[in-house]
Design a protein. Structure first.
Lengths: 104, 144
């Protein structure tokens, strides 16, 4: 399922405690997910790591890639401890393979 | 300060245009790198490739690489062009051209640019074989 995830019903928290981020997927991850772009609602203060944990619940076939994935927030590489802001765009992808040849 | 020319294209890279972009009266050397699609990977015949990219970030990273080359090496200009979409054997996926007063700096800057591109620019290639296809991953890197 892609596009917008249905937020969990949580009447104990005001709406402001949720943030929405856009996720961009590429290469083998996009094939697994069946899409290249989706919006995810997260608790305010969520990190890249917690976003990825959420994605793994929806796409368990991401798991073999976990140790070698790269993350970018708003077109800059970021660590998994990076805290997300509303409207951030998070790119998640395997190690890049531009150019020709393998491993230089 | 030098000039950087970076483009993502979906058609054949124009080698002559690339070289002309970096040409300068003060540059005694122009080094041109051409990354060409090979017909095999470790002996396995490859029919063609497809390149996918994260366009907004790929162009930013290419420009970062070009700007850092201008800072680190005494070069005049650098051009980095990468092609995406389907590529056939013998076609160029990436070309980098560097001009400088002296050849050593041009060679070093060009090598550094392609080595960095292959680690950081968000572009991925998929190889198509007789009996299947496969996304190619680079080696895992620690991004600093």
């Amino acid at each position: 399922m892609c596009g917008k995830e249905t937020p969990e019903a949580d009447h104990s928290r005001p709406a402001a405690s949720k943030i929405r981020v856009r996720v961009r997927l590429f290469a083998s991850l996009a094939d697994i997910a069946g899409c290249r772009e989706l919006d995810i609602d997260l608790p305010a203060g969520a990190s890249v790591a917690s976003l990825y944990e959420r994605l793994q619940l929806t796409y368990p076939n991401f798991r073999p890639y976990t140790q070698r994935l790269m993350f970018a927030v708003n077109y800059d590489y970021a660590g998994q401890d990076r805290q997300l802001q509303p409207g951030d765009e998070v790119g998640i992808f395997p190690p890049v393979s531009g150019g020709c040849g393998r491993h230089g | 300060m030098g000039n950087a020319f970076c483009e993502l294209v979906e058609c054949e890279i124009d080698r002559t245009r690339l070289i002309d972009l970096v040409r300068d009266p003060s540059a005694g050397a122009i080094v041109h790198f051409d990354g060409v699609v090979r017909d095999n990977t470790e002996g396995r015949p490859v029919h063609y490739l497809e390149y996918e990219c994260y366009p907004e970030m790929a162009l930013l990273e290419m420009n970062r690489i070009a700007e850092s080359a201008l800072q680190e090496f005494p070069i005049v200009s650098i051009a980095i062009f990468h092609r995406t979409g389907r590529l056939n054997i013998g076609e160029s996926s990436v070309q980098i051209c560097v001009s400088s007063a002296h050849r050593g700096d041009a060679f070093r800057a060009c090598m550094h640019a392609i080595d960095t591109l292959k680690k950081t620019v968000p572009i991925w290639k998929k190889e198509f074989y007789n009996d299947g296809q496969c996304w190619i991953e680079g080696p895992p890197t620690t991004k600093d």
